[in-house]
Design a protein around this ligand. Sequence first.
Ligand code: FAD
Length: 821
Amino acid sequence: MNEALKMNDFPTTARVVIIGGGAVGTSSLYHLAKAGWTDCVLLEKNELTAGSTWHAAGNVPTFSTSWSIMNMQRYSTELYRGLGAAVDYPMNYHVTGSVRLAHSRERMQEFQRAKGMGLYQGMNLEILGVDEIQDKYPFLETHDLQGALYDPADGDIDPAQLTQALAKGARDMGARILRFTPATGVSRENSEWIVHTDKGDIRCEYVVNAAGYYAQRVGEWFKPYGGRTVPMMVMSHQYLLSEEIPEICQWSAETGKKLPLLRDVDVSYYLRQEKNGFNLGPYERGGRAHWADPSDPMPEDFSFQLYPDDLDRLEHYIEDAMARVPLLGSAGISKVINGPIPYAPDGNPLVGPMPGVPNAFEACVFTFGIAQGGGAGKVLAEWITEGATEWDMWSCDPRRFTDYTDHDYCVENGKQVYGHEYAMHFPWHRWPAGADRKLSPVDSRIRAAGGVMGAYNGWERANWFAKPGDDLSHETTQTWDRAGPWEARIREECEAVRDHCGILAISGFTRLQVQGPGAKDYVDGLTASRLSKPGRIGLAYFPDARGRILTEMSVMVHGDDHVGLITASTAQWHDADVLRKNAPAGLHITDHSHEAECFLVTGPKAREILAPLTDADLSLPWLSVQLDSHVAGRPCALLRVSFAGELGWELHCANEDAVAIYDAVTAGGAKPFGMWALNSLRLEKGYRAWKGDLSTDYTLYQGGLDRFIKLDKPQDFAGKAALAAEFQRGPSKRFVTLLVEAKLADAPYMSTLWHDGTVVGETTSGGWGYRVNASIALGMLRADLAVPGTEIEVEIYGERCRAVVQADQPLWDPANERLRA
Ligand SMILES: Cc1cc2nc3c(=O)[nH]c(=O)nc-3n(C[C@H](O)[C@H](O)[C@H](O)COP(=O)(O)OP(=O)(O)OC[C@H]3O[C@@H](n4cnc5c(N)ncnc54)[C@H](O)[C@@H]3O)c2cc1C
């Protein structure tokens, strides 16, 4: 209590100050202390759990189709099982298992995929046939189901007890928790943070925003130090508790168990045994956002408060659940809980470096903070104490959102995610919210040509080009299979690039400049690769200290004092951070992504089409750079590279010149193609995609990037020692290209690879190659099997398909003759 906090006991310094004492903040403190960082302080403005944590339903699933989220959730269940004993704080954690129902073939395929991923993480998710479901859950109607997934590790925990246990564990190791001590602001002095509270200031090295649904408010304090508005909104979520049901009393008494958690994901609710009744929690369509407009301001303090009940919204779901489990209808509702849940625009939390702000981190905006809290604490502590995480955590990295996530975008997307919390994420489907944030100067031309758009870091690009009469309905996209109206078009686009010439607007490419004395040496010290000479462009790979793949950028050295870098649009804030992190004073790192457009013009006729339009020398070789050329009379840089693997140039021009250049090149005969064709074309060349094939889950050697690793270059670089050691012992797994005897669907990310009945690796991407007419997967395979000709199996949505390891060279044009033509 306030009074109990004697002034002379107030910690005026700490290594880390965490703002927020919910499940996530306390887990972060616990994991920091476990890592030996005990000189840390957590500030909670009220009592611990006062935010979303106290009223959470406490469900703790492991299920996810995201590898990293599954990792976090799996870790939480493992932690929670032993936590009570480890910190001597017994708590209610019921590992009941769960039954997740499927109403369609596609849902069963999703379950199969999660089962494969789970197996690879050491879990035993089980597929249940319709006739097996009632063995697990007796009170259920099953006549209209396709099957179910059983997760034996699922269960429920008391969120308040969990938080107190984490707090006790942290305190016992020496960390401090100050309750009823609101942080009121931050400032920065001599490269240290000063966190202000109403009881005094705390000087620290690192600050963590773990303020739950208040995270946007707390985030505002960091704006003077490079911060941005935290991308989030708040939804109201309700669950209903029923009165006791005698049949459940009896079943539990007879079996000595609680019923498994039930999720009818196609309808969108969870139903859990709570004491001897039920807890029903729907994620309803058209849900209610709170504190989203000026007429409904967020109160200064909402500790331990709820919203008024609003059951009308849930009627459809209650009726459906009563039909599914008729026992539910036999009892009245005893209580309704309606509380705030924060949502980031994609529904994943923000865990990692605070964009643009030194030594500040986020662990906030959790939609499933009880299930993910354990893992999130581990991840956050690793970010701070080691500067890197065990698992690649891009799915939760705050830098995945950039400047396009304004208030409306957050509200629209939060509502959409909430209403489709359990939806399947088909690769062909575009969610409608938040479209058209950033448009290419040639956007209207792309759409007029039939462009079916997708967003890349907020930029609209064509995924494919439809023809009149193509079925563009939502229904056609609800499939994991390859076939759909897009397939014939992607084939035509790939063939146009193969036989003639295509043009693709790659809007929103990230463009960074490093300028100042020593710019070239500085960039050289960040990459394992050799920088190309002025007048050339080259790929460079940037390892972390462990030799893992941080990122890939195309580098142009303009001189010792000036280097230009081009990288994926989604990597914009991440890669700027990589460059800025340890930049010496005097170097300027600037972002020019908004200033220019890029067209990839590629195919055997590219030279013919460009020749009459440009003063550039089109005989210059592959990887040549001509910065001061013209196309259609407009200034334009020509870089001779093609991610499609054909003769080609990237044309980089100012936005105002883009229309003239696009019009001239298309009038010359170049045919528009889209990102899905590009993905197919790059798979055939074995070109890696960032955060699929290239991630911090793998080292550069594992990633098969040997020819880009120059251990003998004079400049020392990050990760060199780790890579040198790995070179000596040889990597444990290796990047491979596989030809797969796939059936209706190609291998998605993280499909398991099998050999002799054991899992021996995973895919990192897959798809159909229209030039080689085969299903391709890129992946990581146990090193001893990564030998051309080895036969393995790829498990694609539960079906094992034969696959053969290919030679370490592109499937298409292995000698790169077409590129060099
Ligand atoms: C009805 C309902 C049911 C739910 N069911 C589940 C479930 O079954 N499983 C699940 O995983 N999740 C569930 N959730 C979501 C879950 O409650 C949250 O994801 C989780 O509690 C978030 O924890 P947190 O620590 O990030 O945030 P919070 O618990 O909100 O903690 C943030 C803390 O920061 C403090 N704070 C804010 N500003 C300051 C400041 N300036 N100074 C000091 N302290 C500050 C707040 O007082 C608060 O205690 C549910 C949510 C609701 C509403």
